[in-house]
Design a protein around this ligand. Structure first.
Ligand code: NAD
Length: 359
């Protein structure tokens, strides 16, 4: 264990609402990891391990605190009995990954005694989760042979598809997505599955990717049209689906949108929360990212007590009903869907805290 350098103290203070922040250090393997548990009010903290190079340790601390907090809201809004947590392994995975480093990290997770359950995230793989499983049972998303649910991307796409149907019902009074035009920006693991689901339902799908080969492959598989990645978000269509990077909706991009709704997988699509009212003012329905991309975490939450794929995907599809409630609440309270989703999560968290205080 090591204490953070002065550069990260500010980040720690800013995250004073976090229940526990653990620094894991192992001289032999070069491991530098931070595990942040934001809240266990609803249950053990569940969230992935990001493996990434950061400019300095302070940046890593800030990232893990922000990500752990977001998981609290994602899990609460999804109706899961899990709290929020996240971990980062600091360093370029291509340069520093080793079996011993991952195992050493897993032992840090184990020492938390189940307060934090880890999972795959950017920079980590299912193979890493399988390796972690050899050191601790506090891991999800391992391969099916080890009792896990495997790659969460298909489940995430199933959740997005259900959310798009709910949006269609809200905007056009029918959840039939057939004939609707949808532009997907980023057709990696999630976007390509989503394109297939939409094409199967008769939607008119356009796909864009900076990796031209990924776009071509998805287009070939689904019959989608390929479009220029630089112009994808501002394309005239019914629904735009950001499935690549966060921060794509900002003061510059929002005025250029020509869609009725945004429903995508990417985390933190809004550059900041003021973008939600800006989208509403333009008459664009923004489906909160943390609500509609929760399919992956709902899927792994189903591993507890024995994973059944059919049951898990049915629960994931419930994102549609959850989003409908959030959209109705936003309409009746005159607020944005983002605010309504945050309020919904905070009510669950508040009730859990009251229950805990009464025990
Ligand atoms: P991925 O890396 O498999 O796919 C991302 C794709 O976006 C890649 O094909 C990449 O070439 C493309 N891309 C990158 N920059 C782009 C740009 N500027 N314009 C167009 N395309 C671009 O990732 P994924 O697993 O499909 O996840 C997509 C997003 O959804 C990520 O932001 C991820 O954090 C988020 N997410 C994923 C899951 C999941 O289950 N995989 C769950 C929740 C959220």
């Amino acid at each position: 264990m090591t204490t953070p350098p002065v550069a990260s103290v500010e980040g720690l203070l800013e995250g004073a609402e976090h229940e526990q922040v653990v620094f894991g250090h192992d001289r032999d393997t070069g491991l530098r990891a931070i595990i942040a548990i934001h809240s266990t009010a609803l249950g053990p903290a569940l969230g992935g391990t990001r493996f990434k190079a950061y400019p300095d340790l302070g940046a890593a601390v800030q990232d893990v605190l922000r990500l752990a907090r977001a998981m609290t809201y994602k899990n609460a809004a999804a109706g899961l009995d899990f709290g929020g947590g996240k971990a980062v392994i600091v360093g370029d995975p291509a340069a520093v990954r080793s079996e011993e480093l991952i195992r050493s990290y897993a032992r840090h997770v184990h020492r938390l005694g189940g307060a934090y359950l880890t999972a795959e995230d950017v920079g980590t793989t299912q193979a890493d989760m399988d390796l972690i499983r050899q050191e601790t049972r506090y891991v999800t998303g391992t391969s099916p042979e080890l009792g896990g649910s495997g790659d969460p991307s298909e489940a995430t796409a199933v959740g997005l598809f259900a959310a798009m149907k709910a949006v269609a019902a809200h905007l056009w009074s029918t959840d039939d997505i057939g004939g609707r035009s949808v532009t997907i920006s980023g057709v990696g693991k999630v976007g390509s599955h989503l394109a297939a689901l939409l094409a199967g339902a008769g939607a008119r799908v356009a796909v864009a990717d900076v990796n031209a080969e990924a776009a071509r492959r998805t287009a070939e598989m689904t019959g989608a049209e390929t479009v220029d990645p630089d112009a994808a978000l501002s394309r005239r269509c019914d629904i735009v689906s950001p499935c690549a990077l966060g921060g794509v909706l900002d003061a510059e991009s929002i005025p250029k949108l020509q869609c009725r709704a945004v429903v995508g997988a990417a985390n933190n699509q809004l550059a900041d929360d003021s973008c939600a009212p800006a989208l509403a003012e333009r008459g664009i329905l923004y489906a909160p990212d943390f609500l509609v991309n929760a399919g992956g975490v709902i899927n792994i939450s189903e591993e507890v007590g024995g994973y059944d794929r059919e049951r898990a995907l049915a629960r994931v599809a419930g994102i549609g009903a959850t989003l409908t409630q959030v959209l109705q609440r936003a309409a009746s309270e005159g607020t944005t869907p983002l605010q309504a989703a945050i309020d919904r999560a905070e009510e669950r968290l508040g009730a859990a805290r009251v229950r805990a205080a009464g025990r």
